[in-house]
Ligand binder design. Sequence first.
Ligand code: IPD
Ligand code: CA
Length: 281
Amino acid sequence: MDHTQTPVPDAALTRELVALAETLARAAGRLVHDGRPERVAVAATKSSPIDVVTAMDLASEALLRSMLAEHRPDDGILGEEEGYVPGTSGLTWVLDPIDGTVNYLYGIPAYAVSVAVVAGEPDPERWTAVAGCVFSVADGRTYTAGRGTGAYLDGRELHINAAPDLATSLLGTGFGYVTQRRRAQARIVAEVLPQVRDIRRIGSAALDLCTLASGGLDLYYERGLNPWDLAAGALVAQEAGAVVTGLDGRRASADMTVAGPAATVGQLVAELERLGAGSDE
Ligand code: IPD
Ligand code: CA
């Protein structure tokens, strides 16, 4: 597939894709909810011994893939657990079967199924996000967004908070699983914390971005997000009025994702650039 030729879906197809993203995320969310044992076991580890996978991460992604095979057989799929299978349509589904797996493991009710569909290369710096749904499994909240069609929580249209000063902004962030990155992140957060109202580490990037969209956070930044962590949540935040960006004029990516109202994002980006937050040194 030559991604430079990929057409972006029109409003009618976008709405269909939002509806399908919601159907998928809610179905996988029900599986995750109903299948949660009293004590969740770790099935495997990934980038480090604390980067865990549970049986339910695997089952959730398998369900999402089987539903897509039925409904959208020509689209590609990029999922956290099973990787990338290219399609022929120019659209790719980007799946996080459980975002917030550590919360799921401990029974902390902040984990979600994140389903997005993007046009073009499945790379956050190149794609056009078309539709997405983040289903918050523990409380059943359903965040949806379509490109140009708005962001919604359980059908209610979302708008981010009006921009407060950086000093009165409630800031969300998160940390990676690898020691060297965490050392660097700890250095940055120590500099940022005294400059804001307070910091929240919710433990699910998808929910961080949706919480920002619904006014529960004023700002968010994180280094190290994977495409599936941010695909749906970034679209929800953007459609609710947020700027979602990277550092040094780049788009949001694994290197850095910053989200919030334009004015305070500008201030935070400048501060993160000054601190060298785009590297692990
Ligand atoms: C993680 C969560 C977390 C963020 C990490 C992600 P996972 O995803 O979104 O909030 O800080 O960067 O990897 O491992 O729970 O799917
Ligand atoms: Ca994730």
